[in-house]
Design a protein around this ligand. Structure first.
Ligand code: NAG
Ligand code: NAG
Ligand code: NAG
Ligand code: NAG
Ligand code: NAG
Length: 486
């Protein structure tokens, strides 16, 4: 092979790596039962998904992403900002361990480090306001020092509430006054280091928090009354919101700073507006909306976006609302929720996870003989719901039409499944029983799920029950041989 061929190959590879586009996904891990990383990575590949965004630097997940070419945005959680922002050494260690090592030893295609996650949310009371920029700056310096500064860029995923419009039109956009100075410093830093601005945009939350929000304006069908911003018409909230940011950037001298949409999506349960129909309509609408690459009026360039999210997470905080545990385009077990064409598979359909290991087909339900007014019932339900997941119960949710017994059984079963079907987890005093008859109602979307096999992590490595680590297998084999010889 001549040097020209080699050069061409390198150039081609480089172009390929740099030109990866298409839709990305957020891969979160706040779940009681995670699918094995290899299973998820296979699912990503089969679905043609070329970009993932992570919320930390999970060793097992990064390992599974090695040699796949999938672009990775790896995250630094907010609670680590003080440490990497306060010490250059800590930042260097973080980069060495969580970026460099994965790139050099396992060819993980890490392209971005997300420094913090929505650190300026009002609910944090400014806790991260003055530590985010130092963290960003230290990580950037550490990347340069490690020789990967041009390959791996820094960014800060921010909630869309860091900016607002003074007059409800995108053209009135500017940064929130209480965080104006820190925002400007961050934007300047991103601009100077050739890094993108990352924003999370949620029309669902607008609809959830404001009962007067025009429903149609959340979607992309063009049925909403457009917003007329000095002659520019906005038919959906997404475009208007992104352009509010574009105006804010332009107003402050950063009109060319690239924008990444870090999170966008719609939940399928836990609220009257969170359902399969709306989620499909929103996500499919979004995919069609960006597929032409025409962008928004202010930013007529292809939109770089990550769907929120890949898989449901049953341990997310429900402080923002019960919908929080239902953002996935896949259920917790990697099964498809609804038809969604990402434009990345031949069939145009989503492909579910393969080889998923489930627990036995059994459920914990309310004992048929137990009376509804048994004083143990209410107490047991609130205990079960507190520790497991009852976000599919309630007005307008998937299991919202269950009768009182169905409700109670749902709560018991959730607790039982989350606890790996331990017999002890179905011993609500005299009111529960284990059954092999599926209690799932025959009509509607309500599901009484069977949990997946737990997947354990040990010393930075993860292994499933069926995949014991080699040393353990050898020891067992040795033991067996000894017994046979005796
Ligand atoms: C690497 O990332 C993990 C996961 O976020 C974190 O727990 C660990 O402390 C990081 N390592 C270093 C050396 O900072
Ligand atoms: C923010 O402040 C409020 C009111 O002072 C308090 O209730 C809340 O716990 C604080 N949150 C954080 C994350 O510090
Ligand atoms: C942003 O970066 C560009 C190019 O890197 C530079 O020309 C411009 O002056 C920067 N803008 C500001 C306001 O610093
Ligand atoms: C079932 O539970 C939900 C949520 O806890 C409650 O709103 C609903 O009223 C209950 N339904 C019945 C029939 O008890
Ligand atoms: C369970 O029921 C039995 C008989 O119906 C009764 O003797 C016992 O006290 C009950 N136990 C509890 C904890 O309610």
């Amino acid at each position: 092979m001549g040097w020209i061929t080699v050069t061409i190959r390198i150039v081609c590879l480089f172009t390929l790596l740099w030109s990866v586009n298409g839709i990305g996904v957020n891969w979160g891990t706040q779940a009681s039962h995670l699918l094995p990383p290899d299973t998820v990575v296979r699912m990503l590949r089969e679905n043609g998904i070329q970009k993932v965004k992570l919320f930390d630097a999970d060793y097992g997940i990064l390992k599974a992403l090695g040699k796949t070419g999938i672009e990775v945005m790896v995250g630094i959680p907010n609670d680590m900002l003080a440490s990497v922002g306060g010490s250059m050494k800590a930042a260097e260690k973080w980069v060495a361990k969580n970026v460099s090592e994965h790139i050099s030893s396992n060819n993980v295609n890490i392209r971005y480090v997300a420094v913090g996650n929505e650190p300026f949310l009002e609910t944090y009371n400014g806790s991260y306001l003055h530590i985010t920029l130092p963290a960003l700056s230290n990580i950037q310096s550490a990347l340069i020092k490690a020789g990967i500064g041009s390959q791996v860029k820094v960014t800060v995923p921010l909630n869309a509430d860091v900016y607002a419009s003074s007059n409800t039109y995108p053209s009135g956009g500017d940064f929130r006054t209480d965080i104006f100075d820190p925002m400007l410093k961050i934007v300047k830093f991103l601009n100077d280091s050739n890094s993108p601005f990352t924003v999370n945009i949620y029309p669902f939350i607008s609809l959830y928090t404001d009962s007067n929000f025009p429903v149609e304006y959340a979607f992309f069908d063009g049925n909403a009354t457009p917003l007329n911003d000095g002659g520019t018409l906005y038919y959906n909230m997404f475009d208007a919101n992104l352009d509010t940011l574009a105006h804010a950037l332009q107003k402050n001298g950063f009109g060319n700073l690239p924008i990444i949409v870090g999170e966008i999506g719609w939940p399928t349960d836990g609220d009257r507006n969170a359902n399969i129909e709306y989620a499909r309509r929103f996500n499919q609408g979004f995919m069609s909306h960006i597929s032409g690459g025409k962008g928004t009026p202010m930013r007529p360039v292809p939109i770089d976006a990550y769907l929120f999210s890949l898989i449901d997470e049953d341990e997310k905080s429900i402080d923002p609302g019960n919908f929080e545990r239902h953002w996935g385009i896949f259920y917790f077990d990697g099964q498809v929720k609804y038809p969604l064409n990402l434009g990345t598979t031949n069939s145009g359909a989503l492909i579910p996870a393969k080889g998923v290991q489930y627990l036995e087909r059994k459920w914990c339900v309310m004992k048929p003989s137990a009376p509804l007014d048994d004083p143990q019932v209410a107490q047991s339900v609130s205990y079960a719901c507190g520790l497991a997941d009852c976000t599919s119960l309630g007005y307008g949710t998937s299991c919202g039409n269950l009768d009182a017994r169905g409700n109670i059984s749902y709560a018991f079963n959730s607790y039982f499944q989350k606890n790996n079907q331990l017999e002890k987890a179905c011993e609500f005093p005299n009111v529960s029983v284990i059954t092999k008859t599926d209690p799932t109602p025959t009509v509607g979307n309500c599901k009484f799920p069977i949990m997946i096999q737990p997947y354990y992590e040990s010393a930075g490595r993860r292994f499933g029950c069926g995949q014991m680590p080699l040393p353990l297998v050898s020891v067992l084999l040795l033991l067996l041989l000894t017994v046979v010889q005796l």
